[in-house]
Write a protein that binds this ligand. Structure first.
Ligand code: UDP
Length: 474
């Protein structure tokens, strides 16, 4: 049996789909998996090649590069994230049909949420398509409900006076809405709406989550399966799917050796996903807040950007520069021995896995969230872009594994005193201990979910059985 997997550009999309591809190849040795990579001149992060090519692949998995394309004529500087990803993916699809034919027409194609242009191509080739939702099941419920909201609400969703109620789910405050739904006139709303409207064409929807983590939204999807005009395809929670082995760089080795000499749960890790950058003013406050807190830390640092909070999304790892040029004067000297700074990119999972890591200041991208929970590390929620505010609300209010620092009234940045307060709360208070014990319970549930007979294991088995049965039909 042959299955192909197609992520859209961006590390947060590529990583969970590649992990799915690896798990499928290991899960059932009768499956051959082709992992298709879209290559454009606008999306070429060094971090991607390090991740894809630095370790041996399991037998049965092959990486297939879709012929490189030049997108500089179609991508404009003013395009927001979802538009950019979608336009790049559409260009990549120009050769998708011939690639799939050359591969001998796989029995199924698993696509990322933003790759829905593949539905038409695959229907011409009679290949069933499965969607993979890289964000949470809660995001999926909101997405499935979006066409209803779109019909019923006039004007902007962010101007609604009340939280948005979705059948069977926690209400969403308009302030926490995902970026693409914050401006219905922007092109990225039209793109996300288009992708979501095509979801019923999928033969199934895989989600990087597990039953014990997102019982409520998963139940809501099953019980209210007519969110769209058409029935929702079967949903398969198959997570957590997180990075396993990766070749460590010399700075990763340095971090891990440094962590080896620290007490358990004593170091705060700070990283903002593949795209996240801070404003100049906010970076200064975080630096001095960390220094005030007197807690140990590892900080993945990037040059600040005052205009775009996701400015390294397509080129992460190539923005290496000297942190001294933008850190406050004297910060590195004052925190010597207490903190470490890493330029642009670190092997996050290796750091989260280390027993000395006891907290994660995170932008709450879904992969980072899942990785943190799976390693039992509580979170300081620092959402920046995409659907991260929704994730932060879920982590702090529904699951109780995170704390969120607040801006003072009328302030444009979170002040150093607040940062220091929250860091100390998480790292050394009784309340922090309670949060830590909650996340450790969820960590155990994550392990159970993927073990033989666990909920995500069973979900993946069902899917593989379905593929086998469909593949054996004449
Ligand atoms: N990541 C990493 N090192 C870094 C920053 C990010 O390994 O310095 C990985 C992280 O482990 C996660 C992915 O990049 O797997 C980021 O995905 P997420 O959904 O958290 O955020 P996005 O980048 O999509 O905003």
């Amino acid at each position: 049996m042959h299955v192909a997997v197609l992520p859209s550009p961006g590390m947060g999309h590529l990583i969970p789909l590649f992990e799915l591809a690896k798990r499928l190849a290991v899960f059932n040795h009768e499956i051959h998996v082709s992992f298709l990579v879209i290559n454009t001149d606008e999306d070429n992060p060094p971090a991607r090649d390090q991740y894809l090519y630095s370790t041996a692949l399991p037998p049965g998995l092959g990486i297939v590069n879709i012929p490189p394309i030049n997108v500089s004529d179609v991508v404009r500087d003013d395009m927001l994230l979802v538009t950019r990803i979608s336009v790049m993916a559409e260009e990549g699809f120009k050769s998708l049909k011939s690639v799939l034919i050359e591969l001998g027409k796989p029995e199924a194609l698993v696509i990322d949420l933003f790759c829905t242009g593949a539905f038409k191509i695959c229907s011409e080739l009679s290949i069933p398509v499965y969607s993979f939702c890289t964000p949470s099941a809660a995001f999926l419920t909101f997405s499935l409900y979006l066409p209803t909201l779109d019909r019923e609400v006039e004007g902007e969703f962010i101007d609604l006076p009340e939280p948005i109620s979705i059948p069977g789910c926690s209400p969403i405050r308009p302030d926490d809405l995902m970026d693409p739904a914050r401006d219905r006139k922007n092109e990225q709303y039209k793109w996300i709406f288009l992708h979501i409207s095509r979801l019923p064409l999928a033969a199934g929807i895989l989600v990087n989550t597990w039953e014990d983590l997102e019982l409520v939204p998963l139940k809501a999807i099953r019980e209210h399966s007519f969110f769209l005009q058409l029935p929702t395809p079967p949903v398969y929670p198959v997570g957590p799917l997180i990075k396993q082995d990766e070749l460590l760089s010399s700075s990763d080795e340095e971090c891990l050796t440094w962590l080896d000499n620290k007490p358990a749960d004593s170091v705060l890790f700070i990283a903002l996903g593949s795209g996240g950058t801070l404003t100049t003013g906010q970076l200064l406050e975080i630096a001095w807040g960390l220094e005030m807190s007197q807690q140990k830390f590892i900080w993945v640092l990037r040059k600040p950007d005052d205009a775009d909070a996701s400015s390294t999304f397509f080129n992460v790892g190539s923005d290496v520069n000297d942190p001294k040029s933008y850190l406050p004067k004297g910060f590195l000297e004052k925190t010597r021995g207490v903190g470490m700074v890493v330029n642009s990119w670190a092997t996050q999972v290796a750091i989260l896995r280390h027993p000395s890591t006891g907290g994660f200041l995170s932008h709450c991208g879904w992969n980072s969230t899942v990785e943190s929970i799976t390693h039992g590390v509580p979170i300081i929620a620092w959402p920046l872009y995409a659907e991260q505010k929704m994730n932060a609300a879920m982590l702090t209010e529904d699951i109780g594994v995170a704390v969120k620092p607040m801006k003072g009234p009328g302030e444009t940045v979170v002040r150093r005193e607040e940062i220091s307060r929250v860091v100390r709360l998480l790292m050394e208070s009784e309340e922090g201990e309670i949060i830590r014990s909650r996340v450790k319970k969820l960590r155990d549930s994550a392990r159970r979910a993927v073990d033989i007979g666990g909920s995500s294991y069973n979900s993946l088995s069902c899917l593989v059985e379905k593929w086998k049965n469909e593949g054996s039909k004449p």
